[in-house]
Design a protein around this ligand. Structure first.
Ligand SMILES: [Zn+2]
Length: 160
């Protein structure tokens, strides 16, 4: 994806109020992220670790999604990420739906790599703590990640 500035990131959120968008803590290393290898920008709020954020392009526009670690889950556990299909430390994250639906309390939950580094895993650029059987090529893994990411964003945007 193309490198994003702080302004791009703050303006992209679809499920946060304007006030919350201004207050959220951006990653300190925004300028040094490996943008050419990223399908989404993901980070955990350094001051509020239950808050996670994901910013990606969807239908030609930038979509930022705020996620919260589910209260039922006790931290990351070894399971499969719903985006990149890697088995590792995965967190159950919940996003309020965009707009009215989210204000009414509707949300979408999904399992995502706790480090929000699916893009690097799909490209085999991240050392994994569990050995992975490379039964698919990296390009296929990236395609699968993009497809899953797209349908997740669509679920957040779609009214319940
Ligand atoms: Zn993942």
């Amino acid at each position: 994806m193309k490198p994003l500035t702080e302004t791009d990131v703050r303006a992209s959120f679809v499920n946060l109020t304007k006030g919350a968008t201004k207050r959220l803590n951006l990653p300190a290393d925004l300028a040094e992220r490996p943008w050419e290898d990223l399908d989404y920008l993901g980070w955990q709020d350094p001051k509020a670790p239950q808050n996670h954020y994901l910013v990606t392009e969807h239908d030609g526009r930038l979509c930022g999604i705020a996620l919260r670690a589910s209260r039922e889950s006790r931290g990351p556990r070894k399971t499969m990420c719903a985006l990149c299909a890697t088995v590792g430390d995965v967190a159950l994250l919940v996003a309020s739906r965009a707009g009215r639906s989210g204000q009414d309390g509707n949300s979408v939950g999904t399992y995502i790599c706790a480090d929000l580094d699916c893009s690097l895993k799909a490209r085999n650029k991240r050392k994994l703590d569990t050995p992975v059987i490379h039964e698919t090529l990296s390009a296929e893994q990236v395609d699968r990640l993009l497809g899953n990411l797209d349908s997740f964003v669509a679920r957040v945007l779609r009214p319940a």
